[in-house]
Design a protein. Structure first.
Length: 342
C-alpha cells in the first residue's frame, strides 16, 4: 500500500506548505497587531486632559512630581498617576437629609437612620432638637486635600458634625429654634474652619447654613403648643404695653401741663406783687415829696375808678352835723338821692 506523508511530494505536501505559510503570516500579522495595540494603548495612556475647573496632581511610583494646570498633558503610562482635583468648584455636604432630585421643586430624603443620627442633637438646656444643615466649601490647597488626610470627604463630615454639636450644646433649644440661628451658623463655621486648618485638609469653608431646625417628631405637637402659648403671652404683653403707652404718656402730659400752668401762675403773681411793691415805693417817694398833692391825686384816682361801678350813689358832706339825710325812692328800682343842706 502506498502512504502519503506531509513531507512527501504531492497534494499532501502542498497543503502542508500552504498551511505553514498561512500560519507564519498570521503569526507575524498578529504580532504586528499586538504591537500596534500596545503602541496605541501607550499613547492613549500617556495623554490626559485637565478641565478648566481642575488641577492635576501627578505622582510617579507614588511620589508627587508636580501639578498640571488646565489643558492637554502627557505622562508615562503605567508609571505616572494623575489625581484630578476640582479647585474652582464649590462643593457641598448635606447633614440630616439628602437631596434626591434637585430642581425647581427639590426632593429631599429625610427618612434614613443615618440622617436621624446626624441631625439629632442635645442642646445646652438638656433638650433635643433635629438640626439639618449644609456645608459649602472649596478646595484651597489641592496637595493637602489629596495627600494630607485619608478619605477627606468622611473626615470633613465628621469634623462638621462635631463642630455643630459643640455649638448647639452651648445654646438653649429656644435659641436654636428661633433667635440664635445666625449666631450658631457663624460659630459653627468658624469652629469647622479652625479644625480643617489644624488637620491640614486644604479646605476653605465658604458657608454653613442651617437648613431646618425642629423638635423631635414624638414631641413636636407638644412643643408647638408651648410655642403657641408663648406667642399668646407675648401678644398679651404687647397689647398691655400698647394700652400703657396710650394712657400713661397722656396722663404725664396733662400733669406736666398742670405743673407748668401752676408755675406760670406763680410766676405771674410774684411778678405782679413785685410790680405793686415797686409802684408803692415810687408812690411813697412821691408822697414824701408832696404829701397833700399826692393824697388828693390818689383820692381822685380811686374815686374815678370806684364811682362808675357803683349803681347807687349818696353824697354826704363830711362836715354835716346833727341832721339826718332823707332818702326818697322815685321808683321801685332806682332810688333818688336828695341832698339835705343845713
Amino acid at each position: 500500500m502506498a502512504r502519503y506523508d506531509d513531507d512527501d511530494d504531492g497534494i499532501g505536501g502542498d497543503a502542508a506548505r500552504v498551511w505553514r505559510t498561512v500560519k507564519s503570516a498570521f503569526s507575524k500579522g498578529l504580532l504586528t497587531i499586538l504591537l500596534l495595540l500596545a503602541v496605541v494603548a501607550a499613547l492613549w495612556g500617556s495623554y490626559y486632559q485637565i478641565q478648566p475647573e481642575e488641577v492635576g496632581l501627578v505622582t510617579r511610583f507614588g511620589a508627587y512630581t508636580g501639578t498640571s494646570q488646565p489643558g492637554p498633558h502627557f505622562k508615562l503610562p503605567l508609571v505616572d498617576r494623575v489625581f484630578r482635583v476640582p479647585v474652582k468648584r464649590q462643593l457641598k455636604e448635606e447633614f440630616g437629609f439628602r437631596t434626591e432630585r434637585a430642581g425647581v421643586q427639590t426632593d429631599y430624603d429625610e427618612s434614613t437612620d443615618q440622617n436621624a443620627l446626624e441631625s439629632r442633637m442635645l442642646t445646652g438646656d438638656l433638650n433635643v432638637a433635629d438640626v439639618e444643615w449644609i456645608v459649602q466649601y472649596r478646595i484651597a490647597d489641592a496637595y493637602k486635600f489629596v495627600f494630607n488626610v485619608r478619605n477627606v470627604g468622611m473626615t470633613l463630615r465628621d469634623m462638621a458634625e462635631g463642630s455643630m454639636r459643640k455649638v448647639v450644646g452651648d445654646h438653649s433649644v429656644s435659641e436654636v429654634l428661633t433667635i440664635g440661628r445666625e449666631a450658631i451658623q457663624v460659630k459653627a463655621k468658624e469652629a469647622l474652619q479652625l479644625t480643617c486648618d489644624r488637620y491640614g485638609t486644604g479646605i476653605h469653608i465658604e458657608q454653613l447654613v442651617l437648613q431646618d431646625v425642629n423638635p423631635p417628631t414624638p414631641v413636636r405637637d407638644s412643643f408647638n403648643e408651648v410655642n403657641q402659648a408663648i406667642q399668646e403671652r407675648e401678644r398679651s404683653v404687647n397689647q398691655a404695653w400698647a394700652k400703657y403707652n396710650s394712657i400713661i404718656p397722656k396722663a404725664r402730659g396733662s400733669a406736666l401741663q398742670t405743673i407748668q400752668s401752676s408755675e406760670g401762675y406763680a410766676t405771674e403773681r410774684v411778678n405782679r406783687a413785685r410790680g405793686e411793691v415797686a409802684r408803692f415805693r415810687s408812690l411813697q417817694q412821691e408822697y414824701a415829696k408832696a404829701p397833700a398833692v399826692t393824697r388828693s391825686r390818689l383820692y381822685l384816682e380811686t374815686m374815678a375808678d370806684v364811682v362808675p361801678r357803683a349803681q347807687q350813689r349818696t353824697f354826704i358832706d363830711d362836715r354835716l352835723k346833727g341832721l339826718l339825710p332823707v332818702f326818697t325812692h322815685a321808683g321801685p328800682t332806682a332810688p333818688s338821692v336828695k341832698e339835705v343842706k343845713p
